[in-house]
Design a protein around this ligand. Structure first.
Ligand code: FAD
Length: 428
């Protein structure tokens, strides 16, 4: 019997959900969690700032939202509440963009762009959803001049989008692109929009109505006690041992010994797992500059919304986040964190966003081939290594929202164990 049945690398949401499922489903099997940072939670990690008493998300603001009832039910499980997760509080996130317009000068408009934003930006008086949709449609290029994504339904004669700029203009028209999206995208990615893949702007939402909420999902909420407490609750199980501050690559020989672990779940970067032998996958990183404002008043704020985007080329940061506004926290002070897109340098900062271009897509496919070959190896074939599974955003080289990370981990677990072992195993 190996020392641990499952060894998991990375205590972000993906790894922690696998750990929780494994420990709850197989009640007698031991799980080892290895995390290189000195905290759990991965990029969702939050903490209480000492100077202000305000809860801050260390790696950028995280707003939970999902369409998936299964994910919502999972994060609200009684079992997790009993282990200290805390509840989820409904939170409809709203974002403003600080923009210049011709008739007012500097002003704030809701993002995603909707009827309210259009009225402010272009001095209009749109009053119905129909009018908003018609305005948006009239200001897009003519149908035959629009491009589509490769996986989108194509109307006759439409060409495929070549880059983020032609994709975005096709979607929102030149004016909105220039005012709201162009410079923001370029600041975020440090490249011209014409040098970025069309998928970069494909997810930018525009609403043909007057709904200013950032997300439209039926479930949107913030964890009452924070994300870190939620992840701690996932790992708070007698079968799970968590070691912080331990890099997989320092103990790889041990974790890849079948006598120590029979299954290995890796949630770190896929190219690192294979020693970057085919080349390095590119990432974009972020820099966070916090500023504390003292004695502003217990319920007062210094910006008009929790998150403000800055599409202007004259402002160096892309957005600013006033954490006090999340869940209407009380403090006599406030803290604003200014976010800048920056180059990723391994060992110096964090790999946040995969850079979507053909070269990275090709490289990832090659690593995926290697990972599939490894995943198909079976211990019973005389192979004394653990069975390896790649999970999470870094191993999939894909931007996952939190709900997607959770769903992915739940689906992988079901695929590996529940659908096979069925009712014979624990119900966790
Ligand atoms: P991660 O959280 O990255 O966890 C991976 C873990 O593995 C890390 O803790 C890392 O330290 C560890 N690890 C890596 N390599 C090793 C190693 N060699 N040894 C040991 N440990 C290792 N999603 C939303 O739904 N809503 C949002 O508002 C939102 N905002 C975001 C804002 C930003 C700025 C970013 C970057 C992401 C945002 N996300 C948001 C996405 C969210 O962060 C991810 O869905 C989630 O973090 C994915 O979890 P994960 O476990 O797959 O990866």
């Amino acid at each position: 019997i190996p020392a641990f049945h499952a060894c998991i690398v990375g205590a972000g949401l993906s790894g922690s959900v696998i750990a929780e499922r494994y420990a709850s489903w197989f009640r007698d099997r031991k799980v080892l969690m290895v995390e290189k940072r000195n905290h759990v939670g991965g990029n969702c990690y939050d903490y209480t700032d000492k100077a202000t008493g305000i809860r801050v998300h260390k790696y950028g603001p995280h707003l939970f939202h999902t369409n998936h009832k299964a994910v919502w039910d999972y994060i609200n499980k009684d079992d997790l509440q009993r282990r200290g997760a805390g509840g989820w509080i409904r939170w409809d996130h709203e974002v403003l963009a600080s923009v210049e317009n011709s008739h007012q000068g500097s002003t704030f408009v809701p993002v995603p762009i909707n009827g309210i934003s259009l009225n402010i930006l272009f001095n209009l008086n749109l009053t119905t959803d129909e009018e908003v949709k018609t305005w948006l449609d009239l200001h897009r290029p003519r149908k035959e001049d629009r491009c589509t994504l490769s996986n989108e339904k194509r109307e006759t004669e439409q060409k495929e989008c070549q880059n983020a700029e032609d994709q975005c203009i096709s979607r929102v028209g030149q004016d909105l692109y220039n005012i709201v999206f162009k410079t923001y995208t370029e600041k975020q990615w440090g490249r011209k929009a014409t040098e970025l893949g069309p998928e970069v702007t494909a997810r930018i939402p525009v609403h043909g109505n007057f709904d200013s909420r950032y997300f439209q999902d039926p479930y949107q909420a913030l964890p009452q006690k924070g994300y870190t407490r939620f992840v701690e609750a996932l790992l708070n199980h007698s079968s799970i041992t968590t070691i912080l501050g331990l890099n997989f690559f320092e103990v790889r020989d041990i974790l890849e010994d079948g006598k120590f672990c029979s299954e290995l779940f890796f949630t770190g970067p896929i190219d690192a797992f294979f020693d970057e032998k085919l080349g390095k996958l590119e990432y974009r990183s972020l820099m966070f500059s916090p500023r504390v404002f003292f004695d502003v008043g217990e319920s007062s704020h210094v910006q008009p919304s929790s998150v403000v985007n800055y599409p202007s080329p004259d402002v160096p940061w892309t957005r600013s986040v006033e954490y006090k506004q999340f869940l209407r926290q009380k403090s006599n002070h406030t803290i604003v964190v200014y976010e800048h897109g920056t180059k990723y340098v391994a060992g110096q900062n964090e790999p946040y966003y995969p850079v979507p271009n053909d070269q990275n897509r090709r490289l990832f496919k090659m690593y995926q081939e290697l990972s599939k070959r490894l995943e198909s190896l079976n211990q019973s074939d005389g192979n004394r290594k653990p069975k390896v599974h790649f999970v999470g955003r870094l191993a999939n080289y894909k931007y996952f929202n939190m709900d997607e990370a959770i769903l992915n981990a739940l689906n992988l677990f079901d695929h590996l164990y529940v659908n096979i072992h069925g009712s014979g195993s624990g119900k966790g």
